[in-house]
Design a protein around this ligand. Structure first.
Ligand code: 4AD
Ligand code: MG
Length: 460
């Protein structure tokens, strides 16, 4: 039985079997108390092993991190802080742990240290909780889109086009070093890991109406910040027959729905983060879950607010500049003190696919920024007018023949459509208060960090 099930039992159980890792061990003259965890929930279950028994002999000196299988009785616990405990009848030591080598001792470890052992940190309370929150959040997202009649689609990871036009892509090749003739490469042309599934998602939305992707994306940006990783997961909904306003409505509903689901289903893990990571977390999530529209500002209004502010920014602001982290922080953390929806950006700083507004200067783009994290969602209404799209491709210096299938979609039954991308790891930061994205994904990939070293010297 899983520990999460045992702890939720409504009555004592005469015969139960549980497995887990020893999180703490306390020995008295006559007993050993083990706190056992199997990952199924944050709580440990207390197991009592009697001295002089075979179970005790099997346990031996096994300490923290050792794995055991136990059978026994689930009985009401006389101790404080737990409803149930296990009186151990039999114990098998599955895997002992050398206490000298085991890095996860019963004290607080720094995030930096834990990042060096990503294969073991999931056994700590905080990273176990982060991974359970990831799983629940993914489920909440699928449930949300399912209930809103979106279909879950899968878009390619290998691609020949650069959706965002930023050129920050990883190259995939089977060419031997030194061979430069691209016609000899696997696909006979350059291949990259996708930065976004959007363009393909558009094709599917223009057939199924409402679709979303939930998959890995890759960016070769050399950004060593607490908000960037080279491999991250993105949720990209795309809706036909929708404009920017409808899209923003979906994004707001999603950002209300996920915290609400987590508060209902993952409160133990959230409480851990509220206690040890961010004391304002639960209040913030409750406010998000209550809903109500977020604050909306046009890009032009943001520029005016920034110009009027008494702050001295490193990067000066004027219409046409991209908002820098310092500007985004001021807008969310000081001016709004809440998440903010920013729309209608200058077309000069946005990709070719965003729809031109009638003012001739801006596009129907939207970013949603949250305090402490910055941009969590980026999206737009798409340019559905054939002639305008062609002009935009050319203005961006792109060759329309590289986008011929994308242009076809405007040639055959084009409709207004819109979509956005939600960065999953940044969402996890929002849901947990974790301040470094490297701690919101199990095996983070950042510049110069692809692999990591194990601790054992026992390599056979
Ligand atoms: O704003 P971005 O670049 O938008 C797109 O890729 C669009 N094609 C999405 C769409 O309209 N379908 O990225 C979307 C989100 C960002 O708001 C951010 O949350 C996340 O992806 N993101 C990253 N997360 C972690 N590390 C990085 N390097 C990220 N780059 C973007
Ligand atoms: Mg963006």
């Amino acid at each position: 039985m899983l520990i999460v099930e045992a702890l939720k039992s409504s009555s004592p159980i005469d015969q139960i079997q549980i497995e887990g890792w020893i999180k703490s061990r306390r020995d008295s003259k006559t007993f050993s108390f083990l706190a056992l965890n199997d990952g199924s929930c944050l709580d440990n279950i207390q197991c009592i092993v009697d001295g002089g028994t075979e179970a005790m002999a099997n346990l031996g000196q096994a300490g923290l991190g050792s794995s055991v299988s136990i059978t026994g009785k689930l009985v009401a616990s006389p101790g404080q802080g737990q409803k149930w405990e296990v009186q151990v009848a039999n114990l098998t030591l599955l895997g002992a742990t050398d206490q000298e080598k085991y890095p996860l001792q019963k004290k607080r470890h720094t995030d930096e240290f834990l990042r060096s052992i990503p294969h073991l940190r999931p056994r700590t309370n905080k990273y176990g909780a982060m991974l359970r929150v990831r799983s629940q959040a993914a489920f909440a997202i699928h449930k949300f889109f399912h209930d809103e009649h979106f279909f879950y689609i899968q878009t390619p990871i290998l691609t020949g086009s650069d959706c965002e036009g930023a050129g920050e892509m990883f190259r995939v090749t089977t060419l031997k070093p030194g061979v430069t003739d691209i016609s000899q490469d696997f696909f006979g042309q350059e291949c990259h890991l996708t930065v976004s599934g959007q363009l393909e998602a558009e094709a599917l939305a223009l057939a199924l109406g409402r679709v979303y992707t939930f998959g890995p994306t890759f960016r070769a940006e050399n950004s060593n910040t607490p908000r960037h990783v080279a491999e991250f997961w993105m949720i990209e909904p795309e809706m036909a027959f929708a404009d920017l306003e409808i899209l923003i409505g979906v994004a707001e509903k999603l950002l209300q729905n996920i915290p609400s689901y987590l508060l209902d289903n993952s409160i133990d893990d959230l409480q851990l983060f509220n206690k040890f990571v961010d004391k304002t977390l639960l209040t913030r999530l409750e406010n998000l879950a209550k809903g109500g529209p977020l604050k909306h500002l046009s890009y032009t209004e943001c520029i005016q607010i920034l110009e009027k502010s008494s702050k001295s920014f490193v990067y000066p602001v004027s219409f046409g500049v991209d908002l820098q982290t310092e500007h985004e922080r001021y807008l969310t953390e000081e001016y709004c003190q809440a998440p903010v929806v920013i729309y209608d950006y200058p077309k000069s700083i946005k990709p070719f696919y965003m729809r031109d507004n009638t003012d001739g200067q801006t596009v129907a783009a939207v970013d949603i920024l949250v305090p402490g994290i910055g941009e969590i969602i980026g999206g737009s209404q798409r340019e559905e007018r054939l002639d305008v799209l062609l002009a935009k491709l050319k203005a961006a210096g792109l060759d329309p023949s590289d986008y011929s299938w994308y242009i076809d979609l405007r040639e055959f039954g084009s409709v207004p459509h819109a979509g956005f991308g939600l960065g999953f790891e940044r969402l996890i930061m929002l849901l947990t208060g974790i301040s470094n994205i490297r701690d919101a994904i199990p095996f983070p990939k950042t510049p110069t960090t692809l692999t990591f070293q194990g601790l054992t010297s026992n390599l056979g």
